[in-house]
Design a protein around this ligand. Structure first.
Ligand SMILES: *[C@@H]1O[C@H](CO)[C@@H](O)[C@H](O)[C@H]1NC(C)=O
Ligand SMILES: *[C@@H]1O[C@H](CO)[C@@H](O)[C@H](O)[C@H]1NC(C)=O
Ligand SMILES: *[C@@H]1O[C@H](CO)[C@@H](O)[C@H](O)[C@H]1NC(C)=O
Ligand SMILES: *[C@@H]1O[C@H](CO)[C@@H](O)[C@H](O)[C@H]1NC(C)=O
Ligand SMILES: *[C@H]1O[C@@H](CO)[C@H](O)[C@@H](O)[C@@H]1NC(C)=O
Length: 579
């Protein structure tokens, strides 16, 4: 009688061990070992993007070490050269003159030394004062995912493509000490210089506390851990991909990471492995204490400000000295499952690079797609002073609605019909408010906005819309990018992504820009005060069957004051550099 259950439990134990040994210490990416090395020949084109960054095939994740060097933008990224799921990670490498047309090179960094034999994970570039770039990255040294920090330098500084990278034998630069969790210790930042020392951050956790460890160096070679982390927050779990940089209190120009002083505020962004979302705060960097203090009133945790309220992770900025901009890259994963990614032969895109700067209010960052993107704009259609009564939708015709850029300003004559804001919603994520108050539920002031990637009879559509609420003391504006009706396809992740945007409604206008690209809708509300990206997979609304509409489902009439839509051309996307 005992034999059966015992056998079963032994089997169960083996199954459990199998799962554990596969998932192990790396919480970030589920492991599908049988797909990891299943090279793809036939790539399914249906949902591939036209102008977002992606390689011809296979899996990508974090953007790494973006930089500008000798007239070229460089982007490295986590890449599986052997399959369409996470695994076998190398640093793929691409270059561009304009951040939009990209040529690919051979992978720059891949496992080859004892200090990175089990993986070359994310990191950053620092361009030293003499103009020489150095990359810091996380090396995996054993099957337990033990993590250390390494550096790599260009083999030939005269080569603007920086084709070849050398990993010197005096690596690593940083080993975890006994107080650091060595399997949660990764993603070194760009270095900054202050008071006679270089400094970097490394993301980590101490039990449930998210931590940004600080390391200092006089010579950029020997790095010593500071007594205190730069910053840490209880209950936030592993901090991945920290990003720390100054922003100017006046104007839109970006700053070199080492700029300090009166006219500067600092930004700390972290990617939370536990939620797979990011948040940021702004605050003061006390370089004497080497500590960072978020501004009062900002939420330093789950519910903090986000660079993007949708599908956006492992982001990283860099300073572009050629245009004095700070530019942000972020990764968007797929919303289908790994079996489908295996079938379609690819997974992951980088979102359009964005310029970031401080809002004049000092209370948040602003973002806008880099101006270079506008070079791809083709055929243009305009609408102006188009009235939208409740229940109306009007088509924006004669553009390629599956691959488009739309910029629209809506106006209304009064705020009176704004619906009451339920105080209980303060406890909810905006995504849940959007789930309750979607585009289909008629409202007062809103829902109004765009229906993107819509089929002609609206069996499928991804609405991006505003809803304005009246709270006790002020109006609250919700921007929602709702994937729930985006596809008739089953077993997809279809979140009702949303965020509240702090915007002045005195002029009774709200603007929206959406970058629509086959399986991604990347939207910027109120002039870049909020961004939301959704990945969606329509089954009917593909290629020329995709339509674009403006709509209003609120009782307050809305005017499309001005709308510009462009068909977007396809850039050079990761064609190999001719040698
Ligand atoms: C991995 O971790 C296990 C459990 O802590 C330990 O027994 C083993 O020696 C480690 N292996 C390596 C290669 O460090
Ligand atoms: C270094 O790069 C320059 C510019 O591309 C090239 O002319 C030169 O041959 C390279 N040197 C070596 C040693 O490869
Ligand atoms: C160390 O980090 C790993 C990976 O995140 C985690 O599984 C483990 O629980 C951590 N250990 C401690 C003591 O926090
Ligand atoms: C507008 O509201 C009507 C009535 O609830 C609904 O049938 C329709 O789907 C809504 N339109 C959109 C775009 O959600
Ligand atoms: C992207 O995929 C969805 C659906 O599988 C997950 O729910 C997200 O957690 C994941 N996001 C990241 C950043 O990995």
């Amino acid at each position: 009688m005992m034999a059966m259950p015992l056998t079963l439990s032994v089997l169960a134990l083996f199954a459990l061990l199998f799962v554990l040994s596969n998932n192990g210490a790396e919480a970030s990416h589920k492991i599908y070992s049988h797909y990891q090395t299943l090279s793809v020949e036939n790539v399914n084109q249906v949902h591939r993007t036209g102008y977002h960054f992606q390689p011809p095939r296979h899996w990508i994740n974090d953007p790494n070490a973006p930089m500008y060097y000798k007239g070229l933008y460089h982007l490295f990224y986590q890449y599986n050269p052997k399959g369409a799921v996470w695994g076998n990670i190398v640093w793929a490498h691409s270059v561009s003159k304009d951040l939009i047309n990209w040529e690919s090179l051979e992978p720059a960094i891949y496992p080859s030394k004892w200090f990175d034999n089990y993986g070359c994970w994310s990191g950053s570039a620092t361009v030293l004062p003499n103009g020489e770039p150095v990359i810091f990255y996380t090396g995996i040294v054993d099957k337990n995912n033990s993590q250390i920090q390494n550096y790599a330098i260009p083999a030939n500084l005269s080569d603007p493509y920086l084709r070849e990278w050398v990993k010197p034998d005096d690596n690593p630069i940083v080993n975890p000490d006994a107080n650091v969790n060595g399997s949660a210790f990764r993603d070194p930042t760009t270095a900054w210089w202050a008071d006679g020392h270089w400094r970097i951050l490394i993301g980590s956790r101490r039990k449930h506390r998210g931590v940004a460890y600080l390391y200092r160096s006089k010579d950029f070679k020997k790095w010593v851990k500071a007594k205190h982390p730069l910053h840490s927050v209880q209950g936030t779990g592993m901090w991945e991909c920290p990003d720390f940089y100054p922003v100017s209190l006046s104007g839109e120009n970006g700053l070199d990471p080492s700029v300090m002083g009166q006219n500067v505020k600092h930004v700390l962004k972290v990617s939370l492995d536990m939620t797979r979302y990011e948040y940021y705060t702004m605050g003061t960097y006390d370089k004497k204490e080497d500590k960072y203090f978020p501004d009062e009133g900002l939420v330093d945790g789950w519910a903090g400000l986000r660079l993007d309220y949708g599908n956006f992770y492992a982001s990283k900025t860099f300073f572009d000295p050629s245009t004095n901009r700070r530019i942000l890259w972020g990764w968007a994963n797929e919303s289908d499952d790994p079996h489908k990614d295996k079938d379609k032969g690819w997974a992951g895109i980088q979102l359009i690079p964005r310029k970031v700067w401080l809002d004049p209010s000092g209370k948040q960052l602003l973002q806008w797609p880099v101006a270079e993107l506008e070079k791809l704009r083709g055929h243009n259609v305009q609408l102006s002073n188009q009235m939208l009564d409740q229940g109306n939708h009007v088509e924006v015709k004669v553009i390629t609605a599956a691959q488009a850029d739309v910029d629209v300003t809506f106006s209304f004559s009064s705020l009176d019909k704004a619906e009451p804001f339920d105080p209980n919603w303060d406890k909810l994520d905006a995504l849940d408010v959007c789930a309750q108050k979607g585009s289909k539920d008629p409202g007062g002031l809103g829902p109004f906005g765009l229906l993107t990637l819509a089929s002609e009879n609206l069996e499928e559509f991804t609405p991006v819309f505003f809803r304005v609420f009246k709270a006790a003391d002020k109006h609250k504006v919700l921007l929602c990018s709702d994937a729930r009706s985006s596809s008739l396809g089953k077993e997809l992740y279809k979140p009702s992504f949303a965020g509240f945007v702090d915007v002045d409604l005195t002029d009774k206008k709200l603007s929206l820009r959406s970058l629509i690209d086959h399986s991604v809708v990347e939207s910027f509300g109120a002039g870049g005060r909020i961004a939301i990206s959704s990945r969606v997979y329509p089954t009917i609304a593909v290629f020329e069957k995709a339509h674009l509409y403006v709509f209003n489902n609120g009782s307050e009439a809305i005017t499309v004051e001005n709308l510009n839509a462009w068909s977007m051309n396809t850039p050079v996307m990761n064609v190999p550099v001719k040698s």
